[in-house]
Design a binder for this molecule. Structure first.
Ligand code: HEM
Length: 234
């Protein structure tokens, strides 16, 4: 038992172990993005936000979702902490002689800037949580719907995107970062997890790339949608 414990601790502290943690938590966060995007698609339903508000109310009151949120925070935390440990390690062991080791030639811009992209996404996430999660929970002047049952989150999202237009721009730029982060993250996860199949790996890579394009576009359309509605006077 002690041996297994020692082996486990050694593995998760090795570079490969940490890369595996990055991959697994990354894939887990990807699954969150799918759920979040699917739920947010209700913003497009032409029912003045009734479905979206009911969905948001369910999400903020269900005990199962509360448990999922704790796991989500742990997933984000582990992903961010491990990336920090890995980048600190990489800085320590990086060869000084760039004549022989030219990362600018050997790797893509995205691969070299995953830390930067991740940090930008973290800043986006903090602003996003403050804007929609924190204010929704604690701001008192949000109108109530459904006979005063819960707050009109739909109206809140709509007015935020329209009245605070810089927030819309921030979301659109952040989604470009998200796309780049996902595109490289997915490909590098396949490599780290040793998924190498002649036929299926190229297919998985294409699926990953498609995902990295579709998901950020899906999110970015939301501020565009509300700005467009406002433009035509709706
Ligand atoms: C236009 C795009 C987006 C919109 C309109 C949006 C909307 C929202 C709203 C309204 C909430 C609060 C829901 C509640 O408390 O029940 C929320 C929570 C959250 N969002 Fe987003 N979101 C968007 C994009 C993103 C992206 C790209 C990420 C991750 C990179 C993200 C991560 C989160 C997280 C972690 C939470 C808190 C967890 C939760 O309450 O489910 N969101 N979002």
């Amino acid at each position: 038992m002690v041996r297994v414990k020692n082996w486990f601790i050694k593995t998760i502290n090795s570079t490969l172990g940490q890369k595996m943690i990055m991959s697994l938590t990354g894939l887990f966060l990807i699954s969150f993005l799918v759920i979040h995007l699917t739920g947010n698609l209700m913003l497009f339903k032409s029912d003045d936000g009734a479905s979206f508000n009911a969905y948001a109310h369910f999400m903020s009151t269900s005990s199962f979702i509360k448990l999922a949120e704790i796991i989500l925070v742990l997933g984000f935390g582990l992903h961010i902490y491990t990336s920090w440990r890995l980048s600190r390690y990489n800085k320590q062991v990086r060869p000084q002689n760039y004549v022989y080791s030219r990362p600018d030639i050997n790797t893509s811009w995205t691969a070299r800037n995953m830390g930067f992209l991740g940090s930008m996404l973290l800043i986006f996430l903090l602003i996003h949580l403050y804007n929609f999660w924190f204010k929704y929970k604690f701001q008192a002047d949000i109108p109530l719907v459904n006979n005063g049952d819960y707050k009109d989150l739909y109206l809140f999202v709509k007015t935020t995107f329209v009245e605070e237009w810089w927030i819309s721009i921030l979301y659109i730029v952040a989604m470009i970062f998200l796309g780049l982060h996902l595109a490289h993250g997915f490909e590098s996860s396949l490599q780290t997890l040793g998924i190498q199949h002649k036929k299926y790996t190229p297919m998985l890579k294409r699926v990953g790339l498609l995902f990295a394009i579709i998901v950020p576009i899906g999110f970015a359309i939301m501020p565009f949608y509300f700005l467009g509605k406002w433009w035509v006077g709706d």
